[in-house]
Design a protein. Structure first.
Lengths: 493, 493
């Protein structure tokens, strides 16, 4: 290690500890903590965030980082860590301490209120807190905005560097142009694809057994990982040796938990595989939200909805649900899980329509941020866009505007990453296919060649490179969504 | 609130946050965290403890506390908080920072190693780490010892103020004199008390249902509480609105989980009931370990093993285990759960022999601390004392010296609190009986009158008074174990 970089060690230790504590409280609040704990625990959350802020803004930290950024001898990893701390310093210095703290406390209570509002199908419960979140988000974006920069672009760049509206608008336009005709065809075909066997009554214990099986099959490392349940499946980690995913079981749906587990496992494999020396540093996560989604969506869709993946594992599923699946061939099952039908809920939607769900959120966020849409009009605007693009209209806010946790967490500008993740994934898979026959490996049940390749080309680098740089490094090409459009054409055309 | 006391607020906020984080990591490590997380998470643990130390030793903190202790206008609660912080300052100033940190990191890995050693029935795995723990414990006690004070007395006073060996030796002698003849009689009677129906095969889901039922019955507040499972049942809390207990289910034992749940519920009721303004301060826990045990043991034994308690709840148990209990009357069941038989495992032992298990640990700790017993000789010394007092000899270290988690947590000097807790409980129950007919209330299923009394007389005070002062306040008398000896005579004579 560079000797100058060594001076960062005390800061990095504090950073890692406070970060892990915040992650653990976040995990705990969504999986286990009692409802009544909210208020007192949010104080704890606020203090810990505050301490992290304080450490980052200490004159020593700032001086060390400033010196490091002048040093030409740093490794890529060291430089990326220093740059990330510098970005934190810049961001934090723009936000007054009391506002920063109030916002972190707000975030920790907001998810609880969102969950309650969703359960009670009552948007009014959530509206005032969303108003607050938006107010802070706009204010903070305002502090950070460069001259003439739109507030929403500030958020977008934070989640996904290099993807402002100027890049995303044409991307979503092309997506729409690709998907809408394919969806028309898919709708016409839908009647001929039976999928009634995916709905009914599916014993939860048997579902759990299959989920455990499939996680082991994909290489989820139990000695460094935890699986639990929560309302909205997610992945978090304290460090690379403690990676946690959740799923949610529905008695009446066979595949919901399966695909959410495969999805979260994709995230988890990324975190497990990050280089030892990067873990517990600011470069110890994925390259970006979108790159993280590229991994989860690659496993969920390109791997998890392919015939070749299911061939070796389908008999296990059939044996757990003999009553429902005994007369369903693997081919028939795979056709059913790939059936594209317009639906209301993003996380339950098929691969083809998924990005339309994202596009709707993108459009709404743009309007919320530029002030052209009021919170009170949000539920109706949501419903209208669903009707426009998908031809379906939510019966209530739980399956409408309250379905996602993201806004309650203050994550505005995150959704586009999901769509970008699909596109990155297709671009990466195209490059991967030059090195191996993915389908043949899956048919052999040989997933590890694929995960090893991802480890080597993507995972181990953590956040040392941003998404566009990493794409360039791996595929020799800048971001290019054509691979994704071609993939959709091939699969649904 | 006193204006001067107000100055402590920033310290108390940091204290509460770091403390809650440490508690949550402790809980998580024993209930959920993956095995491989140990090393990196112990670094986190170390940093957080370090920060707590740093906050406590800040010149501002010391100056404020010093001033506060001179102030005559403080309330009892404020004074107790200031005194506790002063004690922390004194203790920490005696221990070098690097040693303190090394010890907290050691503690967090030691329980994992203990669990492994216990599982593999291999004392050699645990011996080196216990040696380390003892080395630090002796060293730290040495720093704190007043002239001529025995090291073990330093530890005892830390856990239970006012109970050095000079008080405990005669207490344990009297205990021995009381219990051994009663045990002799109990042994002679044992053959006439059938209890075969407590052993066999008991469906875990049915056990869980009864445990949930009994926790609700006792008033465990689900909106502020969590129930989980761990190898060794325990209670912890992040604050008064987040109190967590664990239990451990054994398929072959009917009552193990029941009594551990009732025991931990006794601890939990204490924590739930602490005054709002004390929670998240150093006076926001129980008065002492022993006072905490007085509550858990009171519920477990005086309440939980009484005929009057079982009369209203036994039909529920019978309905869950009809095959095993259909011909067992409530009276027969209660006789069985009160059967005194010498056994190997403390947590599974009956009420009469329980304190002999404690006495054995007390004798061994005394020898370990004064250096007259080497770690290598500990397993044999343990087995010999079991043979001497209880007439039984462990077949392996898992049911012998490795059965308790305490030493791996660095808790040496804690065990006597369990015995003291029994005695406090009897003294408190004697006073309580002046205000109500405990048996009649239990027969009516009216537990809340009892818990309300405890709230009013014990729980709400938190740690404002130490155990002896609180006993004086509640019962009008200093610690007096005669109530406990009389209780044992009455019950087992």
């Amino acid at each position: 290690m560079n000797q100058k970089f060594e001076q960062l060690k005390p800061y990095l230790e504090n950073w890692a500890a406070l970060q892990a504590a915040l992650q653990l409280f976040g995990w705990d609040m969504e999986t286990l903590a009692p409802e009544g704990a909210g208020k007192r625990t949010s104080l704890v959350f606020g203090v810990l965030s505050d301490r992290l802020r304080e450490e980052t803004l200490k004159p020593e930290t700032k001086a060390i980082v400033r010196e490091l950024l002048k040093d030409e001898t740093l490794s890529d990893a060291e430089r990326s860590i220093a740059k990330k701390i510098q970005k934190d310093i810049d961001d934090l210095e723009l936000i007054p301490a009391d506002e920063y703290r109030a916002f972190t406390e707000l975030q920790s209570t907001a998810t609880t209120i969102w969950a309650k509002a969703r359960e009670e199908k009552n948007f009014d419960l959530f509206a005032p807190i969303l108003e607050e979140i938006l107010r802070y988000t706009r204010k903070f974006a305002g502090y950070k905005a460069k001259e003439g920069q739109a507030l929403y672009d500030v958020l977008l760049e934070d989640f996904e560097k290099g993807f402002p509206m100027a890049v995303l608008d044409p991307f979503f336009d092309q997506l729409k142009e690709t998907i809408l005709p394919l969806l028309q065809k898919a709708k016409e075909r839908a009647d001929q694809i039976p999928d009634d066997f995916l709905f009914g009554h599916f014993d939860i214990d048997a579902q759990k057994e299959f989920n455990d099986y499939i996680l082991d099959y994909l290489g989820f490392d139990r000695s460094r990982g935890v699986v639990a349940e929560s309302a909205h499946p997610f992945t978090t980690n304290l460090h690379k040796d403690d990676v946690r995913i959740t799923t949610h079981y529905y008695e009446e749906l066979l595949t919901s938990a399966i695909f959410s587990s495969i999805h979260e496992c994709g995230h988890a494999l990324y975190e497990f595989d990050i280089a030892d020396e990067l873990s517990q540093t600011p470069a110890g996560g994925g390259a970006s939200c979108g790159m993280h989604e590229s991994q989860s969506r690659f496993f969920e869709n390109m791997v998890g909805r392919s015939l070749s993946f299911w061939k070796p594992v389908y008999p296990k599923l059939q044996s757990l649900f003999p009553e429902q699946l005994k007369d369903v061939s693997c081919e028939k099952f795979v056709a059913a899980i790939n059936k594209a039908v317009p639906s209301l809920v993003r996380t339950e939607s098929d691969e083809l329509t998924y990005c339309l769900h994202i596009m709707i959120r993108y459009e709404l966020e743009k309007q919320l941020m530029d002030g052209s849409l009021a919170i009170t009009d949000l539920p109706a605007a949501w419903d209208d866009l669903y009707e426009k693009y998908l031809g379906v209209r939510p019966a209530n806010v739980a399956e409408g505007v309250l379905q996602d946790i993201h806004w309650s967490q203050g994550s505005i500008g995150y959704f586009p990453s999901y769509a970008l993740g699909n596109a990155y994934g297709a671009q990466i898979a195209h490059r991967m296919a030059e090195d191996m026959d993915i389908d043949a490996l899956l048919e052999q049940g040989n997933v590890s060649v694929i995960t090893d390749w991802l480890h080597e080309h993507i995972h181990r680098f953590g956040a040392v490179y941003d998404a566009r740089d990493l794409l360039m490094k791996v595929t020799g090409e800048d971001f290019n969504p054509k691979y994704y459009f071609e993939y959709l054409q091939r699969k649904f055309g």
